[in-house]
Design a binder for this molecule. Structure first.
Ligand code: BGP
Length: 477
């Protein structure tokens, strides 16, 4: 048996893509609530006000808010040990700036965690998953404003205290390294004050983004420290969108390009969280890019005191990098790059690379020597309901199977991997495009790109397959 017997099998979601009920029971608008739908070819837009007649997919999403019992029961049927979900900050603090939390918002998550407990499912809670209170964008250009640190810390304290006996595993920021890329301005740093337009065309302000990222690092470290004080049994981790990069050729220039990109896209955020300090290469990066990060006197101490207990990441794909500017572009999770001729891609152009997962796990364990968890992985695909009502998603089974095989090999290599939560275990809204058509789930939700649908849940073929995988601890794939 290659996987540890207490391995945390489960699935992952995020409030803004899953819950809906965007203005129910006192919830305020977040950056995600201001985003319209889009598609593979047309970028979704962020707007400064809600435009009448425009579809905002997060507003209803797949309505986990009113389907949580049914969904958690389905997860239990698959044998989930863990369920990754996020708390929607604006359910607890509608503008992010209140001092008294919204009791109705807190009660919702009480109900969710109690439901999980009924089935012995451990919640893994992301505290901020692409859903900054929009009021903070208006007030201080999102995370660029240093005051957001204290608003976040207050939020962290409230949820840690409230759920200290119900939740043990926490992640501070989803894919925090999104802030190293211009696309992260909408999703992650919220540095888009006053901007209406496609999320891919935000006038980039790297200075604001990296300043915002520094504030997120400080906020994360403070939260980790406070969390451990509130409950020493808490396990608090970071979450990075892992961008596994290969040199397009063996030209040393390509290799150097990979190293420089890898440093900033991946290891910068990992190092700050796990090692508690900025890596050596960040200074040179700032100099080359004309960035001046304002830090306060005790920031270094705060980072050193707020090291995470484990490292988690999303892994969907890999991509090639080259120093040759004329090379053809590829597509992917937050990052561009060059297509790898040895790999196939999903319908959305994300290159499928299971072996890259083994490579990544080995790299990360070598660098950090802390437990690792894969908290997102999966295949976004079109699913079709057959005439007999079944959904035969064998492409998804093949994708997941190939990745689990590599996960097992990495564990045999000696990597300390503690869990696996494939993305979008129940169909939900796509983060990059706002589509419903890009589905990841073991469970189909009757909801479509035009906002119609009954929200009925239906098991796909992968449902029973995953159930067996969990029951055999990954032995039967
Ligand atoms: C990650 C996000 C998720 C999720 C996933 C799949 O970047 O953390 O929120 O949605 O990617 O991406 P997409 O929904 O764009 O297919």
């Amino acid at each position: 048996m290659s996987l540890p017997k207490d391995f945390l099998w489960g699935g992952a979601t995020a409030a803004n893509q899953y819950e809906g009920a965007w203005d129910v029971d006192g919830k305020g608008p977040s950056t995600s609530d201001m985003c319209t739908n889009g598609s593979h070819t047309v970028a979704k837009r962020i707007t400064t006000t809600i435009e009448p007649g425009t579809l905002y997919p997060s507003h209803e999403a797949v309505d986990f808010y009113h389907h949580y019992q049914e969904d958690i029961a389905l997860m239990a049927q698959m044998g989930f040990k863990v369920f990754r979900l996020s708390i929607n900050w604006t359910r607890i603090f509608p503008t992010g700036m209140e001092t008294v939390p919204n009791e109705l918002g807190l009660e919702f998550y009480d109900r969710v965690f109690d439901e999980c407990a009924k089935y012995g499912i451990e919640p893994l809670v992301t505290m901020s998953h692409y859903e900054l209170p929009y009021a903070l964008v208006e007030k201080c250009n999102g995370w660029e404003g240093r005051e957001v640190i204290e608003y976040f810390v207050n939020y962290a304290k409230v949820i840690f205290e409230r759920y200290k006996d119900k939740v043990k595993y926490w992640l501070t920021f989803n894919e925090i390294n999104a802030g190293t890329m211009s696309l992260g301005s909408v999703l992650s740093t919220g540095t888009v004050k006053g901007y209406t337009g496609p999320i891919t065309e935000v006038p980039d302000n790297a200075q604001a983004r990296f300043q915002a990222l520094h504030h997120q690092f400080v906020a994360s470290a403070k939260a980790v420290k406070i969390g451990h004080e509130i409950n020493p049994d808490f396990k608090i981790g970071c979450m990075i969108a892992h961008m596994t990069l290969y040199p397009f050729t063996c030209n040393p220039d390509d290799m150097l390009k990979v190293q420089q990109e890898w440093n900033i896209r991946n290891d910068l955020c990992g190092d700050v969280h796990v090692k508690g300090k900025y890596p050596y290469f960040f200074k040179r990066f700032c100099k080359d890019n004309g960035l001046t990060i304002k830090m306060e006197a005790d920031d270094e101490t705060i980072l050193a005191q707020g090291k995470v207990d484990f490292y988690t990441f999303s892994y969907y794909m890999s991509i090639c990098e080259t120093a040759d500017k004329s090379a053809q572009g590829g597509e992917g999770n937050l990052i561009g790059g060059v297509k790898n001729p040895y790999l196939e891609a999903s319908d959305w152009g994300w290159q499928i690379d299971p072996k890259g997962l083994r490579y990544t796990l080995n790299h990360l364990y070598d660098r950090y020597e802390v437990p690792l968890m894969i908290v997102e992985n999966g295949l976004g695909a079109f699913d079709k309901i057959e005439a007999d009502g079944t959904i035969d998603d064998k492409y998804r089974i093949n994708y997941l199977k190939a990745h689990i095989e590599q996960m097992k090999l990495a564990v045999e290599d000696g990597v300390d991997l503690i869990g696996y939560t494939p993305w979008g275990c129940i169909d939900l809204v796509s983060a990059s495009t706002g589509e419903m058509a890009k589905r990841y789930g073991f469970v189909f939700v009757d909801k479509y790109d035009d906002g119609t649908g009954t929200l009925e849940r239906k098991k796909k073929k992968s449902f029973d397959w995953y159930k067996t995988v969990i029951a055999t601890n990954g032995e039967e794939l």
